[in-house]
Ligand binder design. Structure first.
Ligand SMILES: [Zn+2]
Length: 335
């Protein structure tokens, strides 16, 4: 992602309410409104304090619409469904008794701010490198040498946003199946040591079954997993992955979708809270505008969070939860 993207303003939308004319309301209407308000509070409150990646978040720029009505109802259903033990996308208990935290850091490949600080972290992170950029090769190689895991950060068309934010080789909705396949193959070939893939932006593409089916097929052929960044809660990726025998792994928490230091540090508490109820946690942070804060927040949180969970590369978490092993088939210049 380039710097222009990172400068995008948060575009949170809140639907305004017209002022009520209480004098004209009869008691039936008042009770009706009270009921709707109570319903709204019940539905919204559990979510407003969290920034879990359930919402329509476009690459860290929160566009969550806490507006009751359709969006909120769908978020609620999605949240409940995701917690169900029958949901094939929910991780079961890992083999080890220790909880597992996988930290994905997106947007490597363009010498973004915080690159060194992230790679210097004393724990294994999962480094998502964009293909075809000036430091793609360098960042992937450095990450691998330092024991981090590398995945391809594949640019995909969002519902909102300009095409030039995507970066080279992006997957867009107008491509034929053959063109999608060719772009995914080239991206994999361009990022050395990659064992998996996730989406850069992509709120439009990750809800497109035709295109994601091709992307996942190519991943599978290369022995790679695809982790859904969850820039769109309507993503078809986890369910589609499960039908293809791929692990339905996805992001649980965005660490830095707001760039303020205070917010990013507070997200470490969200991770801690998450572990009260879950055995695994997949989080996404970024190099670039929030990179220095995010790397500092992770480092500061280590003493506490390492008591709660082991910090592992994503393939290790996937192996534990779904008993699925990466088997990358591309030459990766292994030394
Ligand atoms: Zn990205």
């Amino acid at each position: 992602m380039n710097e222009n993207q990172k400068k995008l303003e948060t575009t949170g939308k809140f639907l305004g309410c017209k002022p009520l004319k209480s004098k004209t309301l009869d008691s039936k209407t008042r009770w009706g409104l009270l009921f709707i308000f109570a319903l709204f509070v019940c539905m919204v409150m559990p979510h407003t304090a969290s920034t879990y990646a359930n919402g329509e978040q476009e690459e860290g720029r929160a566009t969550v619409i806490y507006a009751g009505g359709e969006h909120q109802a769908q978020r609620q259903r999605s949240y409940v469904a995701n917690s169900s033990t029958e949901d094939t996308t929910s991780p079961s208990s890992p083999a080890s008794t220790r909880k597992k935290w996988a930290i994905i850091i997106d947007d490597f490949g363009n010498d973004m701010k915080g690159t060194k600080e992230m790679l210097d972290l004393p724990i294994p992170i999962t480094v998502a490198v964009m293909p075809f950029l000036p430091t793609t090769q360098r960042d992937a190689t450095d990450a691998h040498r330092r024991g981090h895991e590398v995945i391809v950060h594949l640019p995909m068309e969002p519902n909102k946003g300009r095409p030039e934010w995507l970066g080279p080789g992006a997957i867009t909705s107008g491509l034929t199946d053959a063109e999608v396949r060719e772009r995914v193959e080239k991206a994999i070939a361009d990022v050395p040591f990659a064992v998996g893939m996730n989406n850069h932006m992509g709120s439009k593409i990750t809800s497109d079954k035709r295109i994601m089916s091709v992307v996942l097929d190519v991943c599978k052929e290369h022995g790679m997993f695809f982790v859904d960044s969850r820039t769109n809660y309507r993503s078809v990726v986890p369910e589609l992955a499960a039908t293809k025998g791929l692990p339905p792994v996805r992001n649980d928490i965005f660490l830095d979708h707001k760039y303020s230091r205070a917010h990013i540090f507070s997200q470490m508490n969200a991770v801690s809270d998450w572990f009260q109820e879950h055995d695994t946690c997949v989080t996404i942070g970024h190099v670039g505008a929030p990179g220095m804060h995010t790397s500092a927040a992770i480092r500061a949180a280590l003493p506490k969070l390492q008591q709660q969970a082991d910090i592992v590369g994503l393939s290790s978490l996937i192996n534990d939860v779904w008993n699925w092993r990466t088997d990358p088939t591309m030459p990766t210049n292994n030394e």
